[in-house]
Design a binder for this molecule. Structure first.
Ligand SMILES: [Zn+2]
Length: 260
C-alpha cells in the first residue's frame, strides 16, 4: 500500500529535530511522498533543505494567513525566487476568519496575490480555509479551471462540495475525520467525487484517533495517516487497499507538476 501525504509541516520546530525518525516511520507505514508546506519566508529555507536531504519530500512555499501581519515587505519577490529555484507547490496559503486580530482585507490581498503567482507559474496550491466559506467559493471559482487547488483539512459543508469540485478542486481530509463526532467531515467526505479525494496528516497538528485515543502529548506525524485512511475507507464503504489506490492516483494527478 502506498500513500501520499498531501499536507504536512516537517519544518515545524516540533518535528524538525526528529525528522530522520519521522520520515523513516512514515515510509515504513507506506507514506512515500509528503507535501511539506511552508508558512512564511522564515521557514521556507528549512522546507527546501529537508526536500534536498530526503527523497519523497515535495516542498511547498507560501504565506499562511496567520503570518500575514508578520512578513517582510519583500515577501513576494522571495516567494517567486523560491518557487523559481525549486520544483515546488504553493502553500500553505488561504483565509482564516476564526483567527482574531488578523486583518481580513490584508489576508485576502495576500491570498489572491499568491493565487496569481501559482497560476503564472502553473503550480498546484494547498489552501487553508477556516470559517471563511461565505467568501472562499467565489474566490476559488476565478482560478478553479486553470489551477490545481487542494483544500487542506477540508471543512466545507456537504452542500458546498459539488460547487467546489466543479472546477479542478481537490478536497483533502486530515486526522479530524477519525473523530466520531465530526459529522460535518463525515458527510463531506462521502459527497466528494471519487477522483477529487486526497488525504493528509497536517503533522504536527490534527492527530487522528489511534487505538481509541487522540495522542495530544506528542506531535502528530505523517506515519499516523493510516488511521485516517481506515476511517475514510469505512465512510466511503470500500476496503483500505481500494481507498489507498484511489487516493494515490488522485494525488499523483494533482501533484504531477511538482513530482520528480
Ligand atoms: Zn497546515
Amino acid at each position: 500500500m502506498e500513500i501520499i501525504d498531501s499536507h504536512c509541516h516537517l519544518q515545524d520546530p516540533a518535528l524538525f529535530p526528529h525528522r530522520a525518525g519521522i520520515i523513516a516511520r512514515a515510509k515504513n507505514a507506506g507514506v512515500t511522498y509528503m507535501l511539506t508546506c511552508g508558512t512564511s519566508p522564515e521557514d521556507w529555507q528549512s522546507v527546501c533543505d529537508i526536500a534536498h536531504e530526503y527523497s519523497g519530500i515535495i516542498p511547498a512555499f507560501g504565506v499562511h494567513p496567520h503570518k500575514c501581519d508578520s512578513i517582510p515587505a519583500d515577501w513576494e519577490k522571495r516567494l517567486i525566487d523560491m518557487l523559481g529555484n525549486t520544483k515546488s507547490a504553493v502553500g500553505e496559503i488561504g483565509l482564516d476568519f476564526a483567527e482574531k486580530g488578523i486583518d481580513r482585507t490584508r489576508q485576502q490581498a495576500i491570498f489572491i496575490r499568491q493565487m496569481e503567482i501559482a497560476r503564472e507559474l502553473k503550480r498546484p496550491v494547498s489552501i487553508h480555509a477556516r470559517q471563511c466559506w461565505d467568501v472562499m467559493p467565489a474566490l476559488l471559482e476565478k482560478y478553479a479551471h486553470d489551477l490545481i487547488i487542494i483544500i487542506h483539512s477540508c471543512s466545507a459543508s456537504r452542500e458546498l462540495i459539488p460547487r467546489l469540485t466543479d472546477g479542478a478542486i481537490y478536497c483533502s481530509f486530515s486526522g479530524t475525520l477519525t473523530y466520531s463526532r465530526n459529522k460535518r467531515a463525515h458527510d463531506a467526505v462521502r459527497a466528494v467525487p471519487r477522483d477529487r479525494l486526497l488525504i493528509e496528516s497536517d503533522a504536527p497538528d490534527l492527530p487522528p484517533v489511534i487505538n481509541g485515543a487522540v495522542q495530544h502529548d506528542v506531535p502528530n506525524e505523517p506515519g499516523n495517516i493510516t488511521a485516517t485512511l481506515k476511517s475514510m475507507a469505512v465512510l466511503r464503504v470500500v476496503d483500505e487497499d481500494t481507498m489507498a489506490g484511489t487516493l494515490l492516483q488522485n494525488t499523483l494527478r494533482a501533484l504531477t507538476a511538482v513530482m520528480s
